[in-house]
Design a protein around this ligand. Structure first.
Ligand code: NAG
Ligand code: NAG
Length: 465
């Protein structure tokens, strides 16, 4: 495992490219802010390299008080010429105004409930019903995400609810979620971002059991990043919630060169070894993404292997596509839609200013979501790959399309509160602007899983329970 913050950025080309392209649009918007704020802030960047501008203008509710986002009419092909030197132009004007205290309630669902886009919407302030568990009370949040316990002073970031624009989410009910899972297994498979979501799920379900000793890790393990498999049992519902670590979903390996030095490789045409654990699970939630964006994965030199061929150099987006296809083939062959539900959780956005995860990038001091700007419409190219691969599968995989809803949440990351502050001083060396504080943003992803289980038709074999 790399350090906690080591999991992001898709960005090197993007920031300069975007900065240049957006000059005529953003500058007029940004100028008043730049002139007004005494301390000019660093640009907020979210993805590296694979960022694509929105394909069409984003639909939005008419709101005369907010100016429309700058239109982006960039050609869609990635640049082939070297990027211009980085510019320090802000991508989005920093938002100073408080978000609307209570946005209008989402419209009534007019269709069958499943036709509207659950992922098109906004964050609504909900002081009454959020967070779903009090900060600092859930024993399953590991230190890296326990921001309140680590000294984060503000709490507004815990009080937002995701509100789709054109439909209503079913009212979240953890008891009903557990009842739906009765007699079943739910498993999250992926990287530390999925462990973040796993811990969130344990915490929100824990709220529904009066006797907290009626849930436990079956091996007695405490959650830590050093271990790759956890199984939590909810005794009264005879169900388990599990996590399996798999950074790439395909198989990691090593090769030895003539000097007998070992080097990591990735076999993009072979499914990960942990796949034997995925079989027969009733609800699967996959993700992979952040490990494809940096270091050896991004460089792709003597790293990707297919069959007996170790590619001297290979493009990481194409490798990602082939790895996902390997995963898709495995799902199609081994999983039965009459018995199981499979989710793929989309890319979760990181927000670094003034650098990368490993070069002094920061997100500290952010206490409110971003409400507008180019960041909101950003969608990484690897997500288009995900959509394309899922679209060709036999198994109807459900895409938890959370990228956009995470775009807003620059306030939700641990930043300097990923570790308990020793004494009063907080480490400012490396900030975590990739993962999420808990309670926080991943709670909303789990609410969306619940919504999907409620709204979509259930697998045939579930109905006999
Ligand atoms: C939550 O779900 C349970 C089980 O389905 C049900 O008995 C309860 O009434 C629900 N609570 C609310 C507030 O809807
Ligand atoms: C996912 O959301 C993005 C906007 O963030 C949208 O462009 C895309 O079409 C959505 N994908 C699907 C499959 O709905």
């Amino acid at each position: 495992m790399p350090p906690a913050a080591a999991l992001l950025p898709w960005r090197r080309l993007v920031v300069p490219l975007l900065a240049v392209v957006s000059v005529p649009f953003v500058l007029p918007l940004a100028l008043p802010f730049l002139l007004r704020s005494s301390s000019s802030r660093q640009p907020l960047s979210v993805h590296r390299l694979d960022w694509l501008p929105p394909l069409s203008p984003l639909p939005r509710t008419p709101d005369p008080s907010t100016p429309p986002p700058p239109p982006l009419t960039l050609p869609l092909a990635p640049p082939t010429t070297p990027p211009p030197p980085p510019s320090t132009l802000p991508m989005a004007p920093p938002t100073r105004s408080s978000p609307a205290a209570s946005p209008p309630p989402p419209e009534k669902d007019e269709g069958g409930g499943t036709t509207c886009d659950l992922y098109d919407g906004e964050w609504a302030r909900d002081e009454a019903a959020r967070p779903l568990y009090a900060p600092g009370t859930c024993p399953y949040v590991d230190e890296a995400y326990a921001c309140a316990s680590n000294g984060r002073p503000d709490a507004a970031y815990t009080r937002w609810r995701w509100a789709p624009r054109r439909c209503r989410l079913p009212r979240f009910n953890a008891t009903d979620f557990l009842a739906t899972l009765r007699g079943k297994r739910l498993m999250l498979v992926g990287d530390s971002m999925n462990r973040n979501q796993f811990e969130s799920l344990l915490c929100i379900l824990r709220e529904a059991i009066p006797d907290k000793t009626r849930m436990f890790e079956t091996h007695g393990y405490r959650i830590s990043k050093g271990r790759g498999y956890f199984v939590f049992k909810f005794v009264d519902y005879d169900c388990t919630v599990e996590f399996v670590r798999s950074h790439f979903l395909v198989r990691e390996g090593v090769r030895y060169n003539r000097q007998k030095n070992s080097n990591p490789i990735l076999q993009i045409d072979r499914i990960d070894k942990s796949a034997s654990r995925w079989r027969k699970v009733d609800v699967l939630v996959f993700n992979t993404g952040h490990w494809w964006t940096h270091g050896k994965t991004a460089r792709g030199i003597n790293y990707y292997k297919e069959g007996d061929m170790l590619y001297p150099q290979f493009d990481s987006t194409e490798a990602y596509r082939r790895a996902l296809k390997t995963w898709a083939r495995w799902i199609d062959k081994n999983m039965d839609p009459a018995k199981s539900v499979v989710f793929y959780r989309g890319y979760s956005t990181a927000h670094f200013r003034g650098g990368e995860w490993d070069s002094g990038g920061s997100c500290s001091g952010e206490t409110e979501p971003t409400l507008r700007g180019a960041v909101i419409g950003s969608y990484p190219r690897k997500m288009r790959v995900v959509e394309e691969v899922i679209g060709r599968m036999r198994f109807p995989v459900r895409l938890l399309n959370v990228t956009k809803l995470t775009n807003f949440r620059k306030d939700g990351h641990p930043s300097v509160y990923g570790k308990a502050a020793a004494g009063k001083k907080v480490s400012r060396r490396k900030q975590d602007c990739s993962h999420w504080c808990l309670p926080g943003v991943p709670d909303a992803w789990n609410e969306l899983i619940y919504a999907s289980l409620v709204l979509e038709p259930k697998p045939r074999s579930w109905k006999h329970h």
